[in-house]
Ligand binder design. Structure first.
Ligand SMILES: Cc1cc2nc3c(=O)[nH]c(=O)nc-3n(C[C@H](O)[C@H](O)[C@H](O)COP(=O)(O)O)c2cc1C
Length: 697
């Protein structure tokens, strides 16, 4: 192991609990061990999730939050000790591997409650609230410190009032639930959360707490609920039972659904650093033994859920600062990189490194680090595409915001949290597989197939693997995407698959294979408007095939168009974005943290956006738009089209079964050449196709 990582492997203590190293697996919903809605009180396959991680050099596990009360059935966890039974063997296995585990207990979301869009009209009309019945515990879930508080995801939904009686019931429930955890062998609990704008944080912050009772007003009052919780747990479970607090050092919030970006001067409406210095002392005095820290609220969500635009280690300096105001251990989260964490630990500026998504992406991350196998680490690209795919559109719209039932999965590693659905066993039906196209879809197919024992040959018509992802990864802030491409190239080279570059396949019948997988990708769509020939495509720009002038109009305000605008702003240019719909970055499945950070960055860099606007024509020095207010001319030295992709047409006829030859290899399509999608759909499709080819005749 490189000695610079050594500080990560020093033991430390939380209360009396000794932890073998400084690596904490952060809580991620989808990894929690107690899931009320599951029949058994236990998430299917969660044992396998921990099996893959428990021997991989993680010191402390904190599974995703456990609500104290279920939405359906109004069941309090502490009244149902049976739900802890299936958890006990997993806890034991974790202990046997030398690691420790804390359970995160949640007071709830308050105004941050994510309501499935399908339910929102009923909540707005008061139907669901009136249904607060033996069936639905709506009162608990749709209550916030202030009555009539607008919901973050949809401001038209107003919250109920979290009463003092409810506070008392919750404090009692926290004590009893912590006791059940202790009895199940769990080493400690973490309270969720004076963090990220969840319920306890709403109590703690002035802009979401205007109460006149003992729980509002002074800082001491605003922290009273969080303090009473730890006191209750200590009195029930004993003073030496460790209690951690999930804690946001600063809120980084400008207002309702308005976040600040790194480096911005702004007026904080939530917790300032000054107040945080006092707050952490009060919380320590109340009894908290550890602070699991980062920044942000749901209004500035990207601080707690940093996307690709967030600097690596983005919360580290604030967490290092707050450690000076407490004697208790402090964990830092948010795109933490081992090198920076190790240096900070060695200097005594933080106590441990929190890692979340990187462990969804590569369970053996720390083991590979420790064994000098850095080349094998599949890097997390902070896309949130399968772990947190909710696009809230900054509270302005909800129709595009489906309640994806899937979370805690991983775009890059479909195995995660699908361990009981897929197999990694050698193929029962090994085949000769030809893969046509060396983009992500082709490489993923080839790697998975080779791993399962198929004989694979991949044909790429250019001299470079990566396909359209080369363009996507080209932007300056996409260092992890570039690492991912390198990881794919290396892993493919080692996989045993044969790779033939500069080899264009025109005739499938010439391939000596049992199955042919076409992963030929897509090409950029163009616009049919006068002057369109003056514009360049997004891929041409990103691949460096064309220069742009100072004033650049980007047509298409989806993810790629907005990322290009941000990239141009970083290069000192003057971009403007034109979007047909009412929203920038409005597509389904893009996490709100990613879309809001990108929008806030464009605001910060003063990039104009023309919404509900269509490009009518492109002239020598402008773009003429049709907008709801009439025709508008936007000056432009260059125009970039970012209006999507169309599937590669070669072999398209073969998509229809009737056009396929009766004899010869079976033909399959993967990725954008089948249907233009995202990294998530491409990788999942490739992965699932190999499952099918491996275990079906
Ligand atoms: C899918 C998902 C679920 C999460 N659920 C929780 C949670 O239950 N409790 C919590 O405190 N934080 C939760 N978080 C935040 C993470 O604990 C962590 O702080 C965040 O992912 C940033 O760390 P990372 O950059 O290492 O992923 C969640 C994050 C993700 C991606």
């Amino acid at each position: 192991m490189d000695p610079k990582y050594e500080p990560l492997f020093r033991p430390w203590k939380v209360g009396n609990v000794e932890i073998k190293n400084r690596v904490v697996m952060l809580p991620m919903e989808g990894t929690n061990m107690i899931q009320w809605e599951a029949k058994t009180g236990f998430v299917k396959g969660i044992g396998e999730f921990y099996r893959d991680r428990k021997d991989n050099n993680i010191g402390l596990f904190i599974p995703g939050l456990i609500p104290l009360i279920s939405i359906v059935g109004k069941k309090w966890v502490y009244k149902h000790p049976e739900v802890f039974e299936p958890v006990k063997p997993i806890v034991k296995q974790i202990h046997d591997s030398g690691a420790k585990i804390f359970f995160q207990l949640s007071a709830g979301s308050g105004r941050s409650m994510l309501l499935p869009p399908i339910l929102r009209p009923f909540v707005k009309k008061g139907v669901l609230k009136a249904l607060a019945s033996p069936v639905l515990s709506t009162k608990w879930w749709w209550s916030a410190p202030d009555p009539e508080e607008p919901n973050v995801w949809d401001p038209e939904v107003k919250m109920d009032h979290f009463t003092e009686e409810m506070i008392r019931k919750f404090i009692y429930a926290f004590g009893q639930t912590a006791l059940r955890c202790k009895e199940a062998g769990v080493d400690g609990v973490e309270i969720h959360a004076v963090h990220e704008g969840y319920l306890l944080d709403q109590f703690a912050m002035p802009y979401t707490n205007h109460r006149q009772d003992d729980y509002g007003g002074s800082l001491e009052n605003r922290l009273r609920f969080a303090c009473e919780i730890v006191k209750e747990i200590k009195s029930v479970c004993g003073q030496d039972f460790p209690v951690s607090l999930r804690y946001s050092v600063r809120s980084m919030t400008r207002g309702f659904n308005q976040g600040a970006v790194p480096g911005e001067e702004f007026t904080e409406v939530g917790r300032t650093m000054e107040e945080s210095e006092r707050a952490i002392r009060i919380l320590e005095q109340a009894g908290y033994d550890m602070f699991n820290c980062d920044n942000g609220t749901y209004d500035a969500w990207y601080w707690a859920h940093p996307p690709v635009y967030a600097p690596l280690n983005m919360n580290l300096s604030d967490v290092e600062h707050i450690k000076k105001f407490t004697t208790k251990p402090v964990v830092c989260a948010g795109r933490m990189q081992p090198e920076a964490a190790a240096a900070s630990i060695a200097a005594g500026r933080i106590d441990a490194m929190g890692i979340g998504r990187q462990l969804l992406c590569d369970p053996a991350f720390i083991t590979k680090l420790r064994q000098d196998r850095l080349d094998e680490i599949r890097p997390c690209i902070s896309c949130h595409g399968a772990c947190l795919p909710f696009n809230g559109l900054n509270g302005k719209g909800t129709d595009l915001d489906p309640m994806h039932l899937e979370m805690g999965r991983c775009v890059l590693n479909p195995w995660t949290n699908n361990e009981t659905k897929y197999s990694k066993a050698p193929a029962t039906h090994p085949k000769r597989i030809a893969v046509v196209g060396g983009g992500i879809g082709g490489m993923e197919t080839a790697i998975q197939a080779a791993l399962r024992g198929h004989k694979v040959t991949l044909y790429e018509k250019t001299g470079r693997l990566g396909g359209v992802f080369n363009a996507a990864a080209a932007m300056s802030f996409k260092e992890k995407d570039k690492e991912l491409l390198e990881w794919y190239r290396r892993t493919l080279a080692k996989s045993g698959a044969e790779v033939k570059l500069n080899t264009e396949i025109r005739d499938l019948s010439a391939l000596d294979a049992d199955a042919v997988v076409i992963a030929a990708g897509a090409h950029a769509r163009t616009l049919r408007v006068p002057g369109a020939e003056r514009a360049i495509t997004a891929t041409a720009f990103l691949n460096g095939e064309a220069e742009v002038g100072d004033r650049v109009v980007i047509i298409g305000g989806g993810l790629t168009g907005c990322e290009i605008a941000y990239e141009l702003a970083l290069r000192g240019k003057h971009p403007a974005v034109v979007e047909m719909t009412e929203h920038l970055v409005g597509a389904r499945g893009i996490c709100m943290a990613n879309s809001t950070m990108l929008r806030e960055l464009l605001r910060f860099h003063k990039v104009p956006a023309y919404l509900s606007a269509a490009c009518e024509r492109i002239t020598a020095d402008s773009v003429v738009l049709k907008t709801p207010e009439g025709e508008k001319t936007v000056p432009a030295d260059s125009v970039i089209l970012s209006v999507g992709y169309v599937p590669d047409a070669q072999f398209a006829a073969l998509k229809e079964k009737k056009n396929r030859p009766k004899t010869g290899p079976a033909v399959y399509f993967v990725g954008d050449c089948d249907r233009v999608g995202s990294l998530k759909t491409v990788i999942k499709q490739a992965y699932e196709l190999v499952q099918k080819l491996s275990y079906q005749p």
